[in-house]
Design a protein around this ligand. Structure first.
Ligand code: ZN
Length: 273
């Protein structure tokens, strides 16, 4: 009968040690980062592919509110509206890299001839460096931010699959995903795998819900969109965007609205302090 209290004491000690170890692990991997000027939530607006509607419709609207966004560019698409993209660069919008050929899984029939299942890491590196060079030649700025085409982060297939996240970490300040379900925790997030939440086809009530949820944990929402217009597939609605800009610029809402690179650099500085 004497073994019972000893057993209990043993279990209790193991429980305490495990609990202490877990708490310690949590605190060491998560730093609480405060946003500047007592803001409660950070938002970055980003748009992919250098689609013409971004410079035709979106940038004039953003400029009206003096808000800078992040644009992930495919150089050949920039050439279709070169003077407008140059003007947008001069206005302070951030120009990121979205690859030369927009390679994605060959399950998309349009991507079969540039399927990431057939890519190697060295080819990916070569094309990413090429995209940055072409963007710098066209716009005079060297991209420091990247968005994964189709949000996919691998090359190859099966046993030969390799992540290209380490390559993005080496070449860029940040790498943004697509179709992710949550905002980023500034104390924890991996800059090479930022979560990108879709804003296409949403109305403002949906977007406001996302903002208010993120506010509770002082998170960073990186919204991602494609076309900018009235309606349609992969289109960020002008009416939603205008309501979002007004909401974010009302000081009583405590929102820090800034390009991806600006927020990422701020977080890195806070982490190193
Ligand atoms: Zn894309």
């Amino acid at each position: 009968m004497k073994t019972l209290p000893i057993l209990f004491t043993g279990f209790f000690l193991i429980y305490c040690l495990t609990y202490f170890h877990c708490s310690l692990a949590q605190t060491s991997s998560t730093n609480k980062i405060k946003w500047p000027d007592d803001k409660q939530v950070a938002i970055s607006l980003s748009f992919d592919d250098a689609r013409p509607s971004q410079v035709d419709v979106g940038i004039p609207l953003l400029d009206k509110y003096d808000v800078q966004a992040t644009f992930y560019l495919v150089p050949s698409a920039v050439e279709r509206r070169l003077s407008k993209w140059r003007k947008a660069t001069a206005t302070g919008h951030e120009m990121g890299n979205h690859s030369v050929n927009h390679p994605c899984s060959g399950n998309f029939t349009w991507a079969r001839h540039k399927a990431i299942e057939s890519y190697s890491l060295s080819q990916m590196r070569k094309e990413l460096v090429q995209a940055s060079k072409e963007i710098e030649t066209l716009l005079g700025v060297k991209p420091t931010e990247f968005a994964y085409p189709c949000g996919q982060t691998f090359v190859g297939r099966g046993e030969h699959t390799q992540s290209y996240v380490p390559l993005i970490a080496e070449l860029f300040n940040t790498g943004r995903g697509w179709l992710n379900e949550a905002p980023n925790d500034p104390g924890f997030c991996d800059m090479a795998q930022l979560m990108g939440m879709p804003m296409d086809e949403l109305d403002f009530s949906n977007v406001k819900d996302i903002i208010e949820t993120a506010r509770q944990n002082q998170q960073w929402i990186v919204f991602a969109g494609h076309d900018i217009g009235e309606t349609g597939r992969q289109t960020t609605q002008v009416s939603m965007l205008e309501q979002l800009l007004r909401y974010a610029q009302d000081p009583s809402n405590g929102i820090w609205l800034a390009p991806v690179g600006t927020v990422a650099t701020y977080i890195k500085e806070q982490r190193s302090n």
